[in-house]
Design a protein around this ligand. Structure first.
Ligand code: ZN
Length: 300
């Protein structure tokens, strides 16, 4: 009886906090990605994120016109925090996205990052199996909602823009104020204010809003709500190795160790369609054939 109660207690304790695989250890019990579905049923759903994008299987879709970013160039002061799982910048009102076959305007709520260890592989989505060093998510919700928890009740309530970060020989100066601010949020629940930044500063130098992948999936952290219209851009943000490495070297997780490998492993597509913006004529012939078969199967 006592053993049973003790085991139940352990289960409650371990289930109380989710974590990434890198944080699962003997002396710090938390629920790693493989077990998320046990505590958060939606994490075991059939439309989960992230996914691996197989470029020869994506379907060109003419409706995926360039995305319009509204207010992304405006400077603002934002609250940056270490929430124990990532670093998150909360965004003030006035930044929106529209177009690109989104059903309506979505407003930006926050942005955060996923990374590896010392600049090694760390993105959540992968392209043809390739994992990038980092991935940035700018989370938006439909205009009429006031919070993420309200938006996730709508199957298309959330729109996330995903940008890959890749290594470059030179530093990206625009990221310096942000990386400097990480030294002020080393530990969970630390908060700081970042002055005079804009969303534009976080985007690729040659921002091309016309080339992207689109699919329907979920939040990549518990409770993994399947309410996300994903837009993953092909052009990546360039940071130096040192800048990429700063994230895992400056920020610590709850168990007091460097926060590393903050990504969920890839999830099965389960027949979901991944589309690509741009002209179908740009795609090789075999992709179009594959696409046709997939479309037929989709409507079967
Ligand atoms: Zn994310």
């Amino acid at each position: 009886m006592w053993i049973f109660l003790f085991l139940s207690f352990l289960e409650i304790v371990s289930g109380a906090d989710w974590c990434y695989q890198s944080q699962v250890s003997c002396n710090y019990s938390c629920t790693g990605p493989v077990e998320w579905g046990r505590i958060f049923p939606q994490c075991g759903g059939r439309s989960q994120s992230p996914v691996n994008i197989v470029s020869r299987k994506v379907l060109p879709d003419q409706r995926l016109t360039p995305l319009h970013l509204v207010g992304y160039q405006h400077a603002f002061h934002g609250n940056l925090s270490n929430n124990g799982h990532t670093v998150q910048l909360d965004l003030p009102g006035g930044m929106q996205i529209k177009g690109g076959n989104l059903l309506q305007t979505y407003k930006a709520l926050q942005l955060h990052f996923h990374w590896g260890k010392d600049g090694g592989p760390g993105s959540e989505h992968t392209i043809d199996g390739e994992q990038f060093p980092m991935e940035m998510h700018i989370v938006h919700i439909k205009e009429q909602y006031t919070s993420l928890s309200q938006a996730v009740r709508d199957p298309a309530g959330v729109a996330v823009l995903g940008f890959f970060l890749q290594e470059s020989n030179s530093a990206n100066k625009k990221f310096d104020p942000f990386i400097k601010a990480l030294t002020r949020i080393r530990h969970p629940s630390n908060k700081t204010r970042v002055q005079g930044i804009s969303l534009q500063m976080f985007l690729p130098a040659q921002s091309d809003m016309s080339q992207y992948f689109r699919y329907h999936g979920s939040l990549t952290t518990p409770d993994c709500a399947q309410a996300v219209v994903w837009t993953l851009f092909e052009s990546a943000v360039a940071l130096s190795r040192q800048q990429l490495a700063a994230f895992s070297q400056l920020v610590f997780s709850r168990e007091g160790r460097p926060m590393v490998n903050t990504f969920r492993p890839g999830q099965p597509l389960n027949g979901r369609r991944v589309s690509r913006s741009g002209s179908a004529s740009l795609r090789p012939a075999h992709v179009i054939v594959t696409s046709t078969l997939l479309v037929l199967r989709h409507f079967a």
